[in-house]
Ligand binder design. Structure first.
Ligand SMILES: NC(=O)C1=CN([C@@H]2O[C@H](COP(=O)(O)OP(=O)(O)OC[C@H]3O[C@@H](n4cnc5c(N)ncnc54)[C@H](OP(=O)(O)O)[C@@H]3O)[C@@H](O)[C@H]2O)C=CC1
Ligand SMILES: Nc1nc2c(c(=O)[nH]1)N=C([C@H](O)[C@@H](O)CO)CN2
Length: 238
């Protein structure tokens, strides 16, 4: 296991990204996470052997600075999971411009630049199989009345999945996971939760394990590329 190249998970210091980082680490994959907000957990993860890098994708310079620091701590990558994301509602006035631009940078520009600049790191991995996984969202298909900028920029990430899959084949597989409700946020009230559960055929909050199952499938399957795994509980059926 020691010679294995690391898997980068962006936004890996909480919720789905953190859960995936811990599970992949436990499964024997070396893991690097990016985090934006420092918390005591960061030292804990380092002590576990999960390497951590600060990253703020809200500016182009911040993205390029992260890439430079990533290239200084590893000479190869087994995979990249673009998980970092902000789920912000649409706003009005000048704030709408800042919101859309910030969502464009974290959901589209950061994955685009990281995929471009880290292509060589993936090719240098001794593992014959390399993967890029884009975390998109069911709303790519349907749009969203209250999160239009979020949905549009996730749709951009969805499209980048197919562009990079074609560009990087056959050396690197590039796929997406499109979740719907996976894990509520702490500030979700009971009414919101009840309404959200009714929106899918399965009517459950599945938790992060279904994402790890999808991620492990993609890492272990060596034929699928340019595809999207719909982790949405049958959201489209309702
Ligand atoms: N949770 C769910 O039910 C669903 C999740 N998804 C998708 O799955 C993925 C994981 O979801 P979830 O765990 O809830 O995600 P979170 O909302 O918890 O965000 C993940 C991380 O992204 C980081 N991040 C946000 N903006 C930036 C930025 N500008 N620069 C750098 N890092 C940033 C945050 O870092 P920090 O905390 O360090 O500031 C955060 O920890 C996301 O892509 C999400 O869109 C899709 C549908 C449903
Ligand atoms: N970055 C995030 N994206 C999304 C989140 C989240 O918490 N962070 N949550 C959702 C919801 O679960 C939605 O799918 C159902 O209400 C969507 N995206």
């Amino acid at each position: 296991m020691g010679s294995r190249s690391p898997i980068l998970i962006t936004g890996g210091a909480q919720r789905l990204g953190l859960y995936c980082a811990r599970r992949l680490h436990h499964a024997g994959y070396p893991v690097i996470i990016s985090y934006r907000t420092h918390r005591p957990l960061i030292e804990e993860l380092e002590h576990l052997g999960i390497r951590t890098l600060h990253a703020d994708f809200s500016t182009s310079q911040g993205i390029l600075d992260f890439i430079n620091r990533l290239q200084m701590i590893t000479d190869s990558l087994r995979g990249i999971v673009h998980n970092a994301s902000t789920w912000s509602k649409d706003t009005l006035g000048m704030a709408a411009i800042d919101n859309f631009e910030a969502l464009f940078r974290v959901h589209m520009l950061a994955p685009y630049l990281i995929n471009m600049h880290c292509h060589d790191l993936l090719l240098k991995s001794p593992d014959p199989h390399k993967d890029i996984v884009h975390m998109t969202d069911y709303v790519v298909q349907k749009g969203s009345k209250k999160h239009a900028a979020y949905a549009a920029t996730k749709a951009g990430l969805d499209n980048l999945t197919r562009s990079f899959a074609a560009l990087y084949a056959p050396d690197i597989q590039v796929n997406a996971i499109a979740p719907a409700l996976i894990k509520f946020n702490d500030d979700d009230d009971e009414n919101y939760k009840m309404q959200a559960l009714k929106k899918s055929a399965m009517q459950i909050e599945p938790g992060e394990e279904v994402i790890v199952q999808s991620l492990l499938f993609l890492l272990e399957n060596h034929y699928i590329t340019g595809a999207t795994l719909p982790m949405d509980g049958g959201r489209h059926l309702i």
